[in-house]
Structure formats: structure tokens, C-alpha cells
Design a protein around this ligand. Structure first.
Ligand SMILES: CC(C)(COP(=O)(O)OP(=O)(O)OC[C@H]1O[C@@H](n2cnc3c(N)ncnc32)[C@H](O)[C@@H]1OP(=O)(O)O)[C@@H](O)C(=O)NCCC(=O)NCCS
Length: 178
């Protein structure tokens, strides 16, 4: 009986971690309680805490850990209705950037949600690095919300040396593999 329970727990863990293997011990786990413990990472993706508070409770959150259980990336998504899931926050710790972890998190979200949602939407500032990232992950331009950063943030958000003004949305179909 006990052995069965252990096997079930191991199976559940494998299902959640998706790409975990001995060669690639990165794990992606859902976070249902204590989301604010990851605030330092969340602030990398969205630098104003009051803006994070707008979506954190209703959002579903995931953390990526390395083999030592160190959190290296987070993502928060919200159900926006009509089969659309929105990526509200995606952040990879600066020490771990440009190693494919952001792309891996996107792939995990698409795999995890592909039976419940058809579209993944992501809003970002108009900066070269994030636009390049989303394009590389199979997203295409969707629409722009003019003045979003000026209206909603209490201080200028500087990326690539310039203050962000508009929120630019990108979208991709969940089922498009990358
Ligand atoms: C944007 C971010 C999530 C990307 O995660 P990452 O793990 O560093 O990115 P990946 O290694 O998966 O990159 C995949 C591809 O995206 C593109 N890309 C990623 N970062 C880039 C950068 N700084 N400049 C240009 N292209 C970039 C590249 O094409 C890259 O492929 P390559 O390395 O083979 O050339 C991460 O840099 C980050 O957390 N940035 C700060 C917070 C943020 O801007 N969040 C996104 C908006 S909410």
C-alpha cells in the first residue's frame, strides 16, 4: 500500500516536471501557497509590487528549480476567457538567463494548458530583448495598448535605456510546438 502511494507521488512529480531526467534535472512545479515568497523573482518580470498584486491571487503560478531546488524562474498566468491564457509575469534569474530556461517555461505552459486554452497572450514593453524573446518562442504581434506603462506605473520603467510607454501584446497558439 505504502509502496503504491510512493509510486503515485513519483508519477505525479514526473507529470509536473515534464522534461525532468537525469541528464536534465530542471523541474517546473506549480505554486499554490506562499506565492509572495518568490517576490524577488516576480519583481524581475514586473518591477512594481502593486501591479503584481493585481494578478497574483487569481493567477496560476509556476516555479522552475535547478537540481539544488534553487528557484531560477517564475511564471504567472491568468484565464482571460474565450480560451485565452495570459502570461502576466515571466522572469528568469539574471544568473540563469540566455540558457533556454525562458523558452522552456513557455513550452511547459503550452503543454500544461493546451487542452483548456487555444491561445497564449503575453504583454510586454517595447524593448528589443523581450520582443526578440517572444518572437523566438513562436509568438506574433497581436496589438498595442498605448500609454499603459505611463498610466499604471508610479515610476518610469527603463529597458534598453529608454522609458517604456506602450504595452505590446504578442500571441501564439498553444498547440504550435517550438
Ligand atoms: C526575457 C526572459 C524571460 C528570457 O528568458 P531567457 O531564459 O533568458 O531566454 P532564453 O534563453 O530562453 O532565450 C530564447 C531566445 O530568446 C531570445 N532572447 C532571449 N533573451 C534575449 C536578449 N536579452 N536579447 C536578444 N534576444 C534574446 C534569443 O533569440 C534566445 O535564443 P538564443 O539564446 O538561442 O539566441 C529573461 O531574460 C528575463 O527574465 N528578463 C527580465 C524580465 C522580463 O523582461 N520578462 C519578460 C517580460 S514579462
Amino acid at each position: 500500500m505504502k509502496e503504491n502511494t510512493c509510486r503515485q507521488a513519483a508519477k505525479r512529480l514526473t507529470e509536473y516536471t515534464g522534461q525532468e531526467s537525469e541528464a536534465n534535472p530542471i523541474r517546473i512545479l506549480p505554486v499554490t501557497t506562499g506565492k509572495k515568497l518568490y517576490l524577488p523573482l516576480l519583481l524581475i518580470g514586473d518591477e512594481q509590487e502593486s501591479m503584481i498584486d493585481r494578478y497574483l491571487d487569481r493567477g496560476e503560478m509556476f516555479v522552475m528549480q535547478d537540481q539544488t531546488a534553487t528557484p531560477i524562474a517564475v511564471a504567472v498566468v491568468t484565464d482571460e476567457g474565450d480560451g485565452t491564457l495570459e502570461l502576466k509575469n515571466l522572469a528568469v534569474h539574471p544568473h540563469f538567463q540566455r540558457k533556454g530556461h525562458g523558452r522552456r517555461m513557455i513550452a511547459h505552459l503550452c503543454e500544461h494548458y493546451k487542452h483548456r486554452f487555444h491561445t497564449l497572450l503575453a504583454g510586454t514593453g517595447d524593448s528589443r530583448q523581450t520582443v526578440s524573446f517572444y518572437q523566438n518562442c513562436g509568438f506574433a504581434y497581436s496589438h498595442t495598448v498605448p500609454g499603459f506603462f505611463l498610466k499604471n506605473y508610479d515610476h518610469p520603467i527603463i529597458e534598453d535605456g529608454k522609458a517604456l510607454k506602450d504595452m505590446v501584446y504578442f500571441k501564439r497558439r498553444m498547440a504550435d510546438g517550438r
